[in-house]
Write a protein that binds this ligand. Sequence first.
Ligand SMILES: C[S@@+](CC[C@H](N)C(=O)[O-])C[C@H]1O[C@@H](n2cnc3c(N)ncnc32)[C@H](O)[C@@H]1O
Length: 409
Amino acid sequence: MASWNTFVEGDNLDVLRRLAAEGREFDLVYIDPPYNTGNDFAYRDDVRGPDGRRRSRHDAWVAMMRPRLEAARAVMSRAGAIWVSIDDNEAAYLRLLLDEVFGEECFLAQIVVNLNPKGRQLGGGFATSHEYLLVYAKDARACALDATSADHVDERDFPLTTVDGRRYRHLPLRNTNKKFNPVTAPTLHFALWGDPATGAVRAEPFGDGGVEVWPVFGDGTPAVWRWSRPRIEQRPDDLVCRVVKGRLGERVDVFQRDWLHPGTRRKKLRTIWPAEEIGSTDTAVAELKALVGHVFESPKPTGLLRRILATMPDDARVLDFFAGSGTTGHAVALANAADGGRRTCLSVNRPEPTRRGSNAHVAGLATVADITRARLRAVAAAVGGGLEELTMDASRSVEPVPSPGARHG
Ligand SMILES: C[S@@+](CC[C@H](N)C(=O)[O-])C[C@H]1O[C@@H](n2cnc3c(N)ncnc32)[C@H](O)[C@@H]1O
C-alpha cells in the first residue's frame, strides 16, 4: 500500500517538471508560497526585463510563480482543484496570474481566512487579521470539488415545522441574483398561480383563490424563478404562496419549502473562514511545537488544510510544493486516520538554509527541507501512514534517499 506521505527535497520547478514527465497526476494542489513581504523572497534581485532594467518586486514574484503554476496545472487531474494561500502583498497579482494560467472561468472562490484574530500589532496602520485562499479548477465542468462541509446545518436555521413534525425554512423561489433576469434567462420568466390563504401554488390557473404571480425584484423590475416549469409541476407541495411586505407595499410571492433532512444535509462553505473554526497561526505553531519544536515561524493550522481536504474525495492525490513545515502532509494523515480515507500527499521543499541562531538551526535542522522531513517522520510515528523520502539527483530524476533516511510505514 502506498505511504500516505512522500517528501521530495528539491526546487519545486524541477520536481514539478519531473512529475509531469513521469505522467503523475494530482487531484488537490495546496500551496503557500512566499508572500513577498520583503524578507521571505529570494528571487527579487535576479529578475531583469528585456531592457536590462530591474523589474518591480511584483514582476519578479510573478516571474517566479508563473512557470510553477503552469507546471502545477500540467500535473493536475481533470477533476482537480488548486488552493493558493496569499496575503495583500501579492493577492491582486496572483489573482490575475491564476486567471491567465487557469482561465477566469475556472475561478471558484477567493476565501478570507482569519488566521490572526488579534490582528497584526507590529507597524502602523490597520491590525490585519486575515489573508486569502484563491481557489481554481483545472476544468470547472469536471472539477470534483464539493464546496460543502460535513458539519451538519444548524437546525435553528429551519424555524418552520409541518403538522407531522418536519422542519423547513422558506427560500424565495425568485432568483435574487440580478445576473439572472428575463434577458439572460427568458425560459425562467413565467407566471405562476398561488393562493396566499391556503399557500397552494400551481403552474396553471386553479380554483377561486389562485392569483397570477410573476417573479419581480424588490424594486418591482422583472425577475426569474430558480425552478423550471416542469420542476414546479413535479413538486408543487414544496412551494408555498404568501403575502409579503416589500419596498413597494404588499404583494403575493412564492417560496420554496427548504427541508432540513436531519443528519444528512451538508452545509455550504462560506467564503470567510474564522480562526475558531479552522485554527490560527498560534494554534499552528503549537501543533508543530508538540511534534518537533518551535522550528518554523509561519506554519498553517492543520484545521485549515483539513477543511480544504474535506472538499475532495477521500482518496485524493494531494500535492504541496511549498511544503515548509509539512502541515499539508500532517493534515492528510490526520484526515485518513479519522475517516479511513486513502489520501496520499506529495510534499516538496528545497533545502533552503535555516537562519543561524534560529530554533531550527540550534535543533540541528540545517535546512527547511530538514524541518519538513522531521515533521513528516514524527507524523508517521504518531499518526501512521508512513513516509517515503525522495530527493532530486543531479540528473534531475526523483530518487529514493538511501537508507537510513527512507522510511515506509
Ligand atoms: C510560507 S512557507 C510554507 C509554509 C507551510 N504551508 C507550512 O504550513 O508550514 C513557503 C516554503 O516554500 C519553500 N520554497 C520557496 N521557494 C521554493 C522553491 N523554489 N522550491 C521548493 N520550495 C520552495 C520555502 O523554503 C518555505 O519553506
